[in-house]
Design a protein around this ligand. Structure first.
Ligand code: SF4
Length: 499
């Protein structure tokens, strides 16, 4: 029998959890699920380096954060609800000694917003404790949960990540060693998983056979070489680590005192990186295939201008994520780029309902228009995506109130018509505006003078890579990993979709 979860944490719910937030107050953008980080460096203060790695990955999850360190004998863990800078201080970090660290920032897509669901998940095994940080979502949690419960597994949380940790523990307790047991456990998983796993014997970095979520390897020192794992290269840059390469789809890297060893644990490897990482989720300064995402997003804007140019006086971007595409649009069209909206950079997610008057004033808590820039102008506003459309509509109203004489909206991705099952919170299909409405209907609903999306082909061509190497299912419904019917029913509409 697998021992119970050894960590005692207060199971304290937030004042309002995700499910209770009114639709109007939910963010009108897909939400990234998690950021993961790992480091093996006996000479370094691994807790502090893990902290800064997570600090750079904060955009990938703002609900909870955690760090586990290994000192050769024990695992030291601290995790809590809140931003990385709120969860840790110097005193807490000094109580996390060791030669190896595993870190996690979380936005919940499975399991509710509770401290007990914060990661890393720490589980006892026959060979000692493991600490697991997961980015992604499994799609076979029902079967996996049944398998685990049949083996008297004492699941303590509602997350799929804990199930992965227990599946590994189950294989280890059945007599397997770390690598063999972990690989057996991974072959029981279906869906998206980029994992960083600390064990008493070494640090693992793992990607699912499709590599849906990113995971990169960096080096910290040259003699001896020390290795770092992070969801994105910005998690390496912040601690001065050099990008080495991506963990490949279906690869396991095993990092110990001897260095880094690579195992291709799955025979069915076909890269299907989430295209939304490229368009919106990952930080613009993160690098994918030797190019910053800022440059890729500018190229999306240039392509958008080629496909849907309109006469106007200025091009503005929706801060921050729409800005690179707006600059690209301006470069390709020759229409001047301007800053038309200023973002309050210190606004996080709020659980306090605004007053009715504030609601009516629109979205100005977050974005404020520059009236002298907008007044009397025909404006092209570029954003990276439209999900429900509620924010876009308020934005258009704000621009008109600031004096814009025309508002033309350009979107640097195709219409989002399908939900994500692989670790991104995109709302159910009936809440996606493009799932039920034509572009002409959306134009009317948003009250814009014109609206155009980037074509699917244009989005993929701009990557400069094989279009087949990306998941773009939220634009097409073509899911690279089969979704069980029971899961489909929770998010997909039964009626035929109008695209
Ligand atoms: S469905 Fe969309 S958001 Fe989800 S992994 Fe695929 S491209 Fe990314």
């Amino acid at each position: 029998m697998i021992p119970t979860h050894p960590i005692t944490v207060d199971d304290q719910p937030l004042p309002i959890n995700n499910q209770m937030i009114h639709q109007d107050t939910r963010p009108d953008k897909p939400e990234e699920a998690c950021g993961v980080f790992g480091i093996y460096a006996p000479e370094e203060d691994v807790a502090k380096l893990t902290y800064f790695g997570l600090y750079a990955l904060q955009h990938r999850g703002q609900e909870s954060a955690g760090i586990a360190t290994f000192d050769g004998e024990q695992v030291h863990l601290h995790k809590d609800m809140g931003l990385v800078s709120q969860v840790f201080n110097e005193g807490i970090l000094s109580n996390l000694p060791g030669q190896m660290g595993v870190g996690h920032t979380r936005y919940s897509t499975t399991g509710s917003s509770r401290k007990v669901n914060a990661q890393p998940a720490v589980v006892d095994t026959r060979l000692g404790k493991l600490a697991l940080a997961h980015n992604g979502n499994l799609v076979n949690t029902i079967q996996l949960r049944e398998q685990l419960l049949q083996n008297n597994c004492n699941l303590m949380t509602t997350t799929d990540s804990e199930m992965i940790a227990f599946a590994i523990a189950q294989e280890i307790d059945a007599g397997q060693k770390w690598l063999e047991g972990s690989i057996k456990a991974f072959s029981r998983l279906s869906g998206a998983f980029s994992l960083v796993i600390g064990t008493p014997a070494g640090l693992m970095g793992v990607r699912d056979p499709n590599g849906i979520r990113p995971l990169v390897i960096g080096t910290l020192r040259s003699d001896p070489v020390r290795y770092v794992l992070a969801s994105e290269t910005c998690g390496l840059d912040i601690i001065g680590a050099e990008y080495l390469r991506d963990v490949e789809p279906g690869e396991l890297v095993w990092i110990t005192e001897e260095g880094l060893a690579s195992y291709h644990w799955s025979p069915q490897q076909q890269r299907k990186l989430c295209i939304f990482e490229m368009i919106y989720f990952a930080r613009p300064d993160s690098v994918v295939h030797n190019e910053s995402l800022y440059t890729y997003r500018m190229r999306l804007g240039r392509q958008l201008a080629t496909e849907s140019l309109v006469d106007a006086d200025i091009v503005i971007g929706v801060p921050d994520s729409g800005i690179p595409a707006a600059i690209g649009f301006s470069q390709a069209s020759g229409i001047a780029y301007a800053e038309g909206l200023i973002k309050n950079r210190y606004v996080g997610r709020t659980f306090i309902q605004p007053t009715q008057a504030m609601r009516e004033s629109g979205i100005r808590m977050k974005l404020n228009p520059l009236k002298d820039v907008l007044n009397g102008k025909r404006v092209i506003i570029v954003d990276d995506s439209i999900v429900r459309g509620t924010t876009s509509r308020k934005l258009v109203k704000t621009l008109r109130e600031a004096g814009a004489t025309e508002v033309h909206m350009r979107i640097s991705s195709p219409p989002v018509t399908h939900p994500c099952f692989y670790g991104i919170d995109t709302d159910s299909q009936d809440h996606l505006i493009a799932a039920t409405k034509s572009v002409a209907e959306i134009t009317k609903q948003l009250e814009v003078d014109s609206l155009a999306y980037l074509s699917w082909e244009g989005m993929l061509t701009a990557t400069g890579e094989d279009p087949q190497s990306f998941c773009s299912a939220c634009f097409t419904g073509d899911y690279p990993v089969g979704i069980p019917e029971s899961l489909k029913a929770s998010k997909l509409m039964l009626e035929k979709v109008v695209i």
